[in-house]
Write a protein that binds this ligand. Structure first.
Ligand code: COA
Length: 322
């Protein structure tokens, strides 16, 4: 069985947080944030707005913007998130219940900012195995609820959003070969822990907020993602100029620029969501896809390389046809 991404839908909360929002809370300024990250603003969920609400709204937008597409026959839901409303039940069952989808497997996965691509790869696997036909995949986060606003090097980065992709059977394969991998020795360089634990012999903070060693993650991301882009081209027998678009996780515009330089892609082929949404973790790739589609950039049949990376450290990449 072949698989395709039939439709994409996204949602970001209405509350816009410009860079200046931080200036009376921490020592920073908008020029520093723009020059070091590319971020101008981000969205924060409301007090009573949670990750599952964002997922539901992403599906509503997907249906409204893709006439003829329905949830009839959806038989599996995968939600990639690190910021679930609660640990149990899964966000996938919240979506299933909201839309009253019957006979549907539900599963949340945890792969931080790489989660959406991991979800696509799993959905393709379910369809290729012939056990499922129509899978909803989400990358959805409310990072603002897990941000340490006293840490000026991380709090300016994060935003909230959700992206949904409907993956279903297809006459022709449109989700191609993938790469996945991890380096767990960097666990202590990016984490969110509710309990006092020890990672690699080091006691880590357990205040339920995101901690990161920005410099280490930055260098790892540029080096590893550049290698993985070249690997994805090789295993898919594609030359660089046969690829229409690259969507690297929007963690920091400087990471994307450095990877573009390293791999020889012009910046106008790199689609991002960083400028107006910040780092939305697992939601950043569908968000960048949606922004570019609405700007009329992405055409049916375009070849796109999607590559997510994040806490783990872990990564997942795949080439798809739009
Ligand atoms: N405003 C103003 N100054 C700030 C600041 C802020 N918000 N945050 C840090 N600084 C200061 C630092 O204290 C440091 O000052 P010093 O030189 O006096 O010590 C200086 O700016 C440079 O800090 P540095 O940490 O070297 O900045 P950077 O260029 O590495 O940028 C990050 C910091 C976090 C933006 C960057 O490292 C990054 O994006 N890393 C990757 C993060 C990531 O990808 N995370 C998610 C992965 S999914």
């Amino acid at each position: 069985m072949n698989a395709q991404i039939k439709a994409i839908g996204v949602y970001a909360p209405s509350q816009i947080i410009p860079n200046d929002w931080f200036t009376d809370k921490i020592e920073t300024n908008s020029d520093w944030i723009i020059s070091r990250t590319g971020i101008r603003e981000r969205r924060f969920a409301g007090k009573d707005e949670y990750t599952s609400d964002l997922c539901v709204n992403a599906v509503k937008n997907l249906l409204a913007e893709n006439p003829g597409v329905t949830l009839d026959g959806v038989d599996f839901i995968i939600v990639a998130t690190t910021t679930a409303d609660q640990i149990m039940p899964s966000m996938a069952t919240r979506v299933q219940n909201y839309f009253n989808i019957e006979n549907c497997g539900c599963l949340d996965i945890m792969a931080a900012c790489a989660g959406f691509v991991y979800g696509l790869i799993l959905a393709k696997g379910l369809i290729a195995a012939g056990t499922h036909k129509k899978v909803l995949v989400f990358g959805a986060e409310t990072l603002s609820k897990f941000t340490d606003y006293a840490d000026r090097s991380s709090c300016i980065l994060f935003g909230d959003a959700a992206g949904a992709a409907l993956v279903e059977t297809s006459d022709k394969s449109k989700i191609f070969n993938c790469v996945t991998g991890s380096d767990g020795s960097h666990g202590k360089d990016l984490y969110l822990s509710q309990h006092a634990t020890v990672v690699d012999g080091e006691q880590i903070d357990a205040n339920g907020k995101i901690h990161q060693n920005g410099k280490v993650v930055f260098k790892w991301a540029v080096r590893t993602m550049s290698q993985k882009i070249n690997e994805l081209l090789t295993i898919n027998n594609l030359e660089r100029d046969q690829l229409d678009w690259v969507i690297l996780h929007s963690a920091n515009l400087r990471i994307i620029e450095a990877v573009a330089l390293e791999t020889g892609f012009p910046m106008d082929k790199m689609l991002t969501s960083i400028e107006l949404f910040g780092n939305t973790s697992s939601a950043s790739i569908p968000l960048a896809w949606d922004i570019a589609a609405k700007a009329g950039k992405i055409k049916t049949g375009d070849k796109m390389l999607l590559l997510g990376f994040g806490g783990g450290l872990t990564y997942a990449g795949v080439i798809v046809e739009a």
